[in-house]
Design a protein around this ligand. Sequence first.
Ligand code: NG1
Ligand code: ZN
Length: 522
Amino acid sequence: MNFTEAVRVAQEQYPKKVTKPIKYGTAGFRSRADALDFIMYRMGLLAGLRARDTSSVIGVMITASHNPVPDNGVKLVDPMGEMLAPAWEVHATTLVNATDEGIASALEGIVSEAHIDTSKKALVFVGRDTRPSSNRLCDAVIAGVTAVGGEFKDFGIVSTPILHYVVTCYNDGGKYGEATVQGYYQKISRAFNKLRSSGTSNGNYDPVILYDGANGVGALAMSEFLNNMKKSLNVTIFNKGEGVLNHLCGADYVKVQQKWPEGVPKTQNVRCVSVDGDADRVIYSYLDSDGKFYMLDGDKIATLVAGYLQELVKGLQLKLGLVQTAYANGASTAYITEKLGVPVACAKTGVKHLHHMALEFNIGVYFEANGHGTVIFSKTAREAIETAAQAKNNSAEKLSQVLDVINETVGDAISDMLLVETVLHARGWSVSDWNDAYTDLPNRQMKVTVADRAVITTTDAERVCVTPEGLQNTINKIVKAFLKGRSFVRPSGTEDIVRIYAEASTQEEADNLAIQVACAVY
Ligand code: NG1
Ligand code: ZN
């Protein structure tokens, strides 16, 4: 195949105007939307090749998730819903850093290195979030796919987890589910309705939810779920799109600012579920009778889910484990290992690392503290559960229903919410009962801008700095002075900043620790 058409379209419609090196990071390529057209086009080209390379459908999702509305981004989805294979992240980086004329040789290089048969058919699924720039950027992706002779299916505005789901279903021939948006809603809602067939209330559990749609696709997705879920839950949707995407609301705002989202009425003792701009992260929060704010993040969700599944799998000889990152609250790790006896592994930030580590368990629960995560079941686990369910083992029957509520292909805010609701309902817990399971150590996250964030390199799942020399020693000295102190720094994979995390026995101390460490970095 020659790539003259790819070069022509690039030069005429998607010329590259920057020379600064760009890297495919944790979340693919992400920046201000007006700088992304040529990148989108090239990711379309790459998706076309990757589809041929894997003889499968490849997904392209256009979103900047929880980031502000002027930003956008692009991520490729591999055949089984996974993040793009590392070798192809390198190809993505090479292709984006080529000149317009250089596209041809970059593509030829990829074809020869990956031994791609370019005569094969290529099909790419494309989805986008609600950002105003997403439609234009979607056209650029499609132009790329078409320029390498590929075909595409445009799913329009969908959540990130829906795109992962349809890609997976298509590629496994429909075994996981029907490869359509409706198929996704129906599978998950049907499973949830079934779990609720015995009634919607139980003990302290009340099926009332205030839902914060972050003014994005999560609001649309939830209203679609509600159409399918009848009366299994009593959800009221706020931040449906009348305000600015992710602005003062949504999962990232609630988690990082530790504040109640604007646009949601301050009803006391009712849980609020906040999702992010592409509905792959979820954070719970509530106000008590005194109006005090409590947040239940990915760690609270992970421990709730892992504890429940651990009970259901008892007797099935399956190894269940939880995967967290360094951002997991120390109290959550202590609770799940010491109280519940579930083994915990620590992975580097970024779901692909967590997902990978979760594969080492028969049942792997993985969650980032920011609310991104899911549960994955190995083939052995599925078979063991199905066999026991057929033999009328009660727990296994329940587990087999719970399985269908979970979107195993990627973190999915709404599927995760339905899973949390399932566990709370089974336990007869109110949101404060759930919160009381353990108390988070006070913590603080900060960002600092430095001249070159790449000078900071880390090891031990990002908990220890290797360079610059001496920084880790300084951090150790600072941390020593704080009761229950823990702190680490790492360069962000998605923003041009360095992140600082600190926890300590009081909020004041955690804030103080974060500031001192930030000063050491700066
Ligand atoms: P970076 O910018 O690398 O810290 C952030 C999140 C990740 C992950 C990615 C992708 C934190 C501390 N980091 O990564 O967990 O969600 O974005 O969106 O929340
Ligand atoms: Zn997201």
